[in-house]
Design a protein around this ligand. Structure first.
Ligand SMILES: [Zn+2]
Ligand SMILES: [Zn+2]
Length: 470
């Protein structure tokens, strides 16, 4: 049995108890509500308990590099080779997080060969954001309990909390349960976790310094710019996925949660800015689905698959993606529809006899079209075809004339006419949905909730009461 196989056997037997504890979810109807009610919570952070409640390791990792970077940049001149190397190393270590920690290990969006896994684990260590195991455990809880108090970096707790605050202070409550047993079986993940401290020193500081020193003799610049300052940029680039990507932009796929899509976030996060899509389809290896959208992480994974280092790139069916987009577009159209005034329905109008209609038409201009009685007094003088044509039909059935007998009216004319409905003729044309002429063009295609569709068809009820006053 090889060492790796031996390792696997040991893991599967030795790690079972802690695994079971980690993914233990009580059998309750609502896990989130139950946990929020029963779980112990640390007291709120105040000035008086701040020093006790700070997470000192994270605090040092997040505050020391910016301070050293600012002072260092003051004393160390930036050489152009070092500048290029710093930017390149920013992208490389950033990809360790986006293509490695995030899309490979947290979401299993593709399979990576062993050499690529080691490379991503090393680069990810160079961005000092905790081990893969720790990072993915929080990120899976973030997806599972998005925006609730079990989400470790819930956007509802404010921009700065989700950006950095959640790491600076001790968690007020434990993040919701998330299954990371697959990662515990992953040899590379275990290896990185075990040697994490040495790996971050080598990858975050020693390697970038050494490259600049050996290639163009700039050890100090390599340390300050490609090491320290690059690290600060990578930190805040990733943090923007938790803050900015839940705050800035549009929700083209779903608006249930705070995640959003925006180009600016994508530019700042090596392509993780299409976060609304990502929260809907987290196992998709893409964040941007259009070829012209900025997603270098997706491009990298694709290139890796082309050279044989990655495989099984997961893509959600386009049909399902478009359903989300359609729903959001319909919602927007619905809002527009609700802002407009619509004609009265036959249910809401009084039912009038023929005799009553003709006698009332002597006092004001009433026309009968498609079984609806219309009062055209506001319109008669502005009728594009002339007042005479309208007067000719007052007190009469003008249906045929209106529907092309005299003039084939525009859709706008049909819509406008319907706004002048004042009654329904008893025994007139049926006003059901099967009679197209009774439905103005603007209402033939509408956005309706499914509960509204269930009640459709009962709208042709007539009142027995004669109402002479219209
Ligand atoms: Zn998110
Ligand atoms: Zn994610």
């Amino acid at each position: 049995m090889s060492d790796v196989a031996q390792e696997k056997v040991n893991i599967s037997t030795a790690s079972r108890p802690s695994e079971a504890v980690d993914v233990l979810i009580p059998e309750v109807d609502n896990y989130v509500a139950y946990t929020l009610k029963t779980q112990k919570v640390l007291p709120p952070v105040q000035w008086s308990n701040l020093l006790n409640e700070l997470n000192w390791i994270s605090f040092v990792v997040l505050t020391l590099p910016p301070a050293v970077g600012v002072v260092g940049a003051f004393y160390v001149r930036l050489q152009w080779q070092t500048a290029v190397w710093s930017v390149a190393y920013y992208f490389l270590t950033g990809l360790g997080i986006t293509a490695g920690y995030h899309r490979l290990w947290a979401h299993r969006a593709y399979n990576a060969s062993l050499p690529l896994q080691y490379l991503l684990a090393l680069l990810g260590a160079g961005s000092i954001q905790g081990s893969i195991k720790w990072w993915c455990r929080n990120h899976r809880a973030h997806h599972r309990y998005t925006d609730t108090d079990l989400d470790p970096y819930s956007a509802h707790r404010g921009f700065w909390y989700s950006h950095i605050g959640w790491m600076l202070i001790k968690h007020r409550r434990k993040p919701g349960a998330a299954d990371v047993s697959d990662l515990r079986h992953n040899f590379v993940v275990r290896w990185q976790h075990k040697h994490y401290f040495s790996l971050i020193l080598i990858m975050a500081f020693i390697l970038p310094t050494l490259v600049a020193y050996l290639a163009w003799g700039d050890a100090k610049g390599g340390f300050i710019y490609a090491g320290v300052i690059r690290l600060v940029f990578v930190h805040h680039s990733t943090f923007c996925v938790n803050s900015l990507a839940h705050w800035l932009g549009e929700t083209p796929f779903d608006d249930k949660h705070t995640s959003r899509d925006h180009l600016v976030t994508a530019l700042l996060t090596i392509g993780e800015g299409y976060h609304n899509f990502h929260h809907q389809f987290p196992m998709d290896y893409r964040n941007a689905i259009k070829w012209y959208q900025y997603d270098p992480t997706k491009w990298t994974i694709w290139i890796m698959s082309q050279v044989g280092l990655a495989s099984h790139l997961k893509v959600f069916p386009d049909n399902e993606v478009r359903k989300g987009q359609l729903t959001m577009e319909l919602k927007s159209l619905r809002r527009m529809q609700e802002k407009l005034a619509w004609p009265s329905d036959s249910d809401d109008l009084p039912v009038i006899s023929w005799e009553s209609f003709t006698s009332q038409a002597e006092r004001r201009p009433l026309l009968l079209i498609s079984g609806f009685i219309h009062d055209v007094s506001n319109f008669i003088e502005e009728h594009p075809g002339g007042e005479y044509l309208l007067r000719k039909y007052v007190g009469k059935d003008a249906t045929t004339a209106f529907f092309g007998g005299v003039y084939d009216h525009s859709n706008a004319a049909h819509n406008l006419l319907a706004m002048n409905r004042v009654g329904v003729l008893r025994g007139g044309s049926p006003h059901s949905l099967t009679d197209k002429r009774g439905v103005p063009p603007s209402q033939r295609l509408r956005v309706a909730r499914y509960t509204e569709l269930l009640t459709t068809g009962s709208s042709s009820a007539y009142s027995d009461e004669e109402n002479d006053s219209l």
